[in-house]
Design a binder for this molecule. Structure first.
Ligand code: FAD
Length: 515
C-alpha cells in the first residue's frame, strides 16, 4: 500500500528539537575521542536538519566533515563497535535535495559528503573513458571537469546540483535514460564504507553483491566515497525541440516510437500542461516557432496539452546531417503542426537548464518552499488508464507545478541493483513536481497537494497493479516490503551482510536501529 504523511512527527512521534541532554552528552564525549583528519561539529547543525522538501526537520547530534575516507570509516567502526546499546545512526548527506528527510538522522551523525574532496576528480581518456569522483561531488562540477578533456557523462538527472552519492542511491533518471539507462547503469566501480566501517572497492567483477546492493540502495548498505563513471565524447551544441499534442494516446505512442528507434534523439522527455497558459507562453518565448505565422494563430480549446521535448547533440560541422536526421524523425510524429518550436543552445546550458529556473524562482522567493513532490513509475500497459484518470479527472482543473512524463526501456536497467521498477519492457516515469505556497489555504497549500497525491496513490494501488514509486517514501515496514516485492528477501540479506545494526540512512525509515 501507499501512504503519504503530512509530517514525520505525526507518524513516528519524534519531535523536532534538541536532543535530550543526558543521553546525548555521553554519546558526544564518545564521538570526541575519535581522531579525525576532518572534524565534527556539535552545534549549529540546523542546515543538516533540512532538505529540499522543506517538510521534515530532524536535528542531528553531530555533523561529520570528513577530509578522508578514513574519517568515515573510523566513525562508522566506532559506532558499530558501540553495538546496539546506542541509538546513534549515520546519514550521508550529499546535497540535501531529498524530499522527506532521507538524508537526515535524528540525534545521529550526518556526514557532510561535500567535505570529502580527496582523492580529487581524475579523468581517464582512452577507448572507454571514465572519471573517478568523490561520492559527495556534484554532477555540475563533474560536467565542467570532464569537458576540459572533451568528455562527458552519458546519463543525467534534469538538475545537476545533486551529488553522485545521492543520485546513485536512487537511480538518476533523465531524458537520456532510454538510450544509456539511468545513472546507476553507467558506473564501473565504487568505493564503499559499509555499516561496519569496512572500506571496500566493488564493481560488477569484484564484490559484485555489494556493488549492486548500493546502486539504487537508498543509502542502506554503505556510503559511496568514490565512483567511477563512464564517459563519452562531449558535443558542443544541442538542438532542443518542443511540440504539443492534444491527444495523450498519440503523444505517448510518439514518445514510445522515439525511444525504440535506432537513430533517434539523444534526449526524450515530455510534460503535461493543465490549464497553464502562463507556462505555455513562457516556454514558447525561449524557443523559435518553425512556422511563426501558424504558431501565432495556434489556440487550443483543450485545457490539457502534452508537450514532447526532444534534443539532439551536435558539433557545428555536423549541422547539416543533424538537421536532416531531425527532419526525418519529426516526419514520423503526429504533433499539432503549428506547435513545432526549436532552439539551439550550448551543451552545458542545456544540461544545466533547471538551474536557470532555480535562479528565477529564488528571486521570487519560490524555491525555498515546501515541495510535496511525488514520482511514479507506471507500466506501459497502464499508462492510458493512468492519464485518463489522473490528468483528465483528478487534476483536471489545475496543478501547482510541472508534471514530467516520459518512457524508458527496462532493458537498460540492471535487475541486480536494489532499485524497483515495473515489470514491463517499457515503463513511464511520471513526476508531479509541485510547490506549496506557505501562505495558501487553497489549492496551492501543502495539505491540498498532499491530499491530491494520496488520491493518485490510492488510485494506483487500487486499480493499476505494477505501478511503483520512484524516490520512494513510506511510513511502515509493511509498505516497504510491498514496495520491494520479490526483492525484499534479498534486501534483508544484504542489509544484514553490510549494515547489520541498521546504522545507515535512518531517514529512509526502512529499518530501525535495534537499541
Ligand atoms: P541527499 O538528499 O543528500 O541524499 C539522498 C539519499 O542518499 C539519503 O538517503 C542519503 O543518506 C543518501 N546518500 C547521499 N549521499 C550518499 C553517499 N555518498 N553514499 C550513500 N548514500 C548517500 N532525480 C532523478 O533521478 N532525476 C531527476 O531529473 C531529478 N531531478 C531533480 C531536481 C531537483 C530540483 C531535485 C531537488 C531533485 C531531483 N531529483 C531527480 C531527485 C534526486 O536525484 C534525489 O533527491 C537525490 O537523492 C538528491 O541528491 P542529493 O545529493 O541531494 O542527496
Amino acid at each position: 500500500t501507499y501512504r503519504t504523511n503530512l509530517c514525520f512527527t505525526k507518524c513516528f512521534g519524534e519531535p523536532t528539537g534538541d536532543p535530550p541532554i543526558q543521553s546525548s552528552s555521553k554519546l558526544l564525549s564518545s564521538l570526541e575521542t575519535i581522531s579525525l583528519d576532518g572534524h565534527f561539529s556539535f552545534k549549529n547543525n540546523q542546515a543538516e536538519a533540512k532538505d529540499f522538501g522543506k517538510r521534515y526537520h530532524m536535528l542531528p547530534l553531530a555533523v561529520l566533515h570528513p577530509h578522508s575516507v578514513r574519517d568515515i570509516s573510523i566513525t562508522l567502526k566506532h559506532i558499530f563497535q558501540m553495538g546496539s546499546g546506542t541509538e546513534l545512526t549515520v546519514a550521508a548527506r550529499g546535497h540535501g535535495h531529498s524530499l522527506q528527510g532521507q538524508a537526515q538522522a535524528l540525534r545521529g551523525v550526518v556526514i557532510n559528503m561535500e567535505s570529502l574532496k580527496e582523492p580529487a576528480m581524475q579523468v581517464h581518456s582512452g577507448n572507454l573513458p571514465w572519471v573517478d569522483v568523490p561520492g559527495g561531488e556534484l554532477w555540475i562540477n563533474i560536467l565542467h571537469e570532464t569537458l576540459k578533456h572533451g568528455l562527458t557523462p552519458k546519463s543525467w538527472t534534469d538538475y545537476l546540483h545533486l551529488s553522485v552519492g545521492g543520485t546513485l542511491s536512487n537511480a538518476g533518471i533523465s531524458g537520456q535514460a532510454f538510450r544509456h539507462g539511468p545513472q546507476i547503469s553507467n558506473v564501473h566501480q565504487l568505493e564503499i564504507v559499509t555499516g561496519k566501517g569496512e572500506v571496500v572497492t566493488c564493481s560488477a567483477q569484484q564484490n559484485a553483491d555489494l556493488f549492486y546492493s548500493v546502486l539504487g540502495g537508498l543509502g542502506q548498505f554503505g556510503i559511496i566515497t568514490r565512483a567511477r563513471i563512464s564517459l563519452e565524447s562531449a558535443p558542443k551544441m544541442v538542438k532542443w525541440i518542443r511540440t504539443l499534442y492534444s491527444d495523450f494516446a498519440i503523444f505517448s505512442k510518439d514518445q514510445e516510437h522515439l525511444i525504440s528507434t535506432k537513430y533517434s534523439f539523444d534526449y526524450i522527455e515530455g510534460f503535461v500542461l493543465i490549464n497553464r497558459t502562463g507556462i505555455l507562453n513562457n516556454w514558447r518565448s525561449s524557443f523559435d516557432p518553425k512556422d511563426p505565422v501558424q504558431a501565432s494563430q495556434f489556440v487550443s480549446d483543450r485545457t490539457t496539452l502534452y508537450c514532447l521535448e526532444m534534443a539532439m547533440y551536435f558539433n557545428s560541422e555536423e549541422t547539416e546531417t543533424m538537421n536532416k536526421r531531425i527532419e526525418k524523425l519529426l516526419s514520423q510524429l503526429r504533433y499539432i503542426p503549428a506547435t513545432l518550436f526549436q532552439s539551439e543552445v550550448p551543451y552545458v546550458e542545456f544540461l544545466d537548464r533547471v538551474h536557470i529556473s532555480e535562479k528565477k524562482l529564488r528571486e521570487k522567493g519560490l524555491w525555498e518552499v515546501p515541495h510535496p513532490w511525488m514520482n511514479l513509475m507506471i507500466p506501459r500497459s497502464k499508462i492510458l488508464d493512468f492519464a485518463a484518470e489522473v490528468f483528465d479527472k483528478i487534476l483536471s482543473d489545475s496543478t501547482s507545478g510541472p508534471i514530467l512524463i516520459y518512457p524508458v526501456n527496462k532493458s537498460k536497467w540492471n535487475n541486480k541493483t536494489s532499485v524497483v521498477t515495473p515489470d514491463e519492457e517499457i515503463f513511464y516515469l511520471v513526476g508531479f513536481l509541485f510547490s506549496a505556497l506557505p501562505t495558501s489555504t487553497g489549492k496551492q497549500s501543502l495539505e491540498y497537494i498532499l491530499a491530491q497525491n494520496q488520491i493518485i496513490l490510492d488510485y494506483c494501488v487500487r486499480d493499476l497493479p505494477g505501478c511503483t514509486q520512484y524516490l520512494p517514501h513510506y511510513s511502515s515496514q509493511d509498505e516497504w516490503q510491498a514496495h520491494f516485492g520479490s526483492k525484499w528477501r534479498v534486501l534483508m540479506e544484504r542489509k544484514s551482510a553490510y549494515d547489520p545494526l541498521s546504522i545507515l540512512a535512518p531517514g529512509q525509515r526502512i529499518f530501525q536501529k535495534a537499541t
